[in-house]
Design a protein around this ligand. Structure first.
Ligand code: MEV
Length: 314
């Protein structure tokens, strides 16, 4: 028997890093996917095979490491579910359209998809998203240590939301269509954004607190602007949070230039998204400027349009 599970991706619009400490953050679901299939094989042990769309990502160079990691996650999820896979042969095939480590939530997506495939394969087909979110977050924590859980929540519920750690997510309904263009500037290389943020907190605690306060206000205002369909304000708030992260030192030159290019091609606002230090940028774009923003980003990879709120005009 083969069990297949698919998990999507996410893009954060405000509040990265500070969300780990309980500050609010706004996140969108997105359509890049990780598909995991689990099935039995004759030889004992876990075989992981990773099938990647190379034109979309830079994953190819890390394939071996990634396959070892997938096998480890399958093993851990079996332990967490109390399934004895000793002497059993399991084959896990992963198909991904998502560039890893670039802000689209690839780790959470992989954890969520493995969690769902394993639960459905061994326990039940009827899994509630709340349980999936909880289980996927636990699995990801075993791999990455402390995470806020925002990525897992966006991936499990597939809704735009205001997220605060240890609280129920607040879903944000839209009353008019909203479009974003995303594209990646490449894997993180020059800057390790996690250590930049840690150093800032340790060495300049007041500065850090000021940024956190500003970002908290930004996330709450952004949620309100989305709710009211005030997309000019959404764009302005995206620019503001980009400035905060520039000041923190986690926006690379390529990301900054890509954001400026999007703005000068008609975007209402643009920013880095995810941990920073490289990876995806996201722009809020009126429908008539989508094509010109896409064209201005032809040097980036995985350039994609995300649309929301289209049901409001049906
Ligand atoms: C990563 O997508 C978002 C971070 O805030 C980490 C987390 O929330 O766990 C950088």
């Amino acid at each position: 028997m083969l069990t297949i599970a698919t998990a999507n991706s996410k893009f954060i619009l405000s509040g990265e890093h500070f969300v780990v400490e309980g500050a609010p953050s706004v996140v969108l679901p997105a359509s890049f996917t990780t598909q995991v299939s689990i099935g039995e094989q004759n030889e004992p042990g876990i075989t992981a095979v990773c099938n990647i769309n190379c034109s979309q990502s830079w994953l190819e160079q890390h394939r071996e490491r990634h396959e070892a990691l997938i096998a480890e996650l399958v093993n851990r999820s079996a332990q967490m579910l109390g399934i004895d896979i000793h002497g059993m042969g399991l084959r896990c095939l992963v198909r991904s359209t998502m560039p890893p480590g670039q802000g689209a939530g690839s780790s959470s997506s992989l954890s969520q998809a493995i969690a769902e495939a394993m639960i459905r394969h061994f326990i039940t087909d009827d899994v509630h998203p709340n349980y999936l979110r909880w289980f996927g977050t636990r699995l990801e924590k075993q791999w990455h240590g402390e995470v806020s859980g925002i990525d897992n929540a966006a991936i499990a519920y597939r809704r735009i939301m205001l997220y605060q750690r240890d609280q129920a997510p607040v879903f944000i309904p839209l009353s008019s269509p909203l479009f974003f263009v995303v594209g990646t500037t490449g894997p993180r290389s020059e800057i390790d954004p996690y250590s930049v943020m840690r150093n800032l907190k340790q060495n300049k605690p007041l500065q850090y607190l000021a940024y956190r306060e500003a970002m908290t206000d930004n996330a709450l205002q952004l949620a309100e602007a989305l709710r009211h369909g005030d997309y000019l304000r959404v764009g302005a708030l995206m620019n503001e949070s980009e400035e905060i992260f520039e000041a923190c030192g986690i926006v690379t030159r390529q990301m900054k230039v890509a954001c400026e290019t999007a703005r000068s091609n008609g975007a209402l606002g643009a920013r880095m998204t995810g941990a920073g230090g490289g990876g995806f940028v996201i722009a809020c774009v009126p429908i008539k400027h989508i094509e010109s923003v896409q064209m201005s980003w032809s040097h980036l990879k995985s350039v994609t349009v995300l649309s929301f709120g289209l049901e409001a005009i049906r």
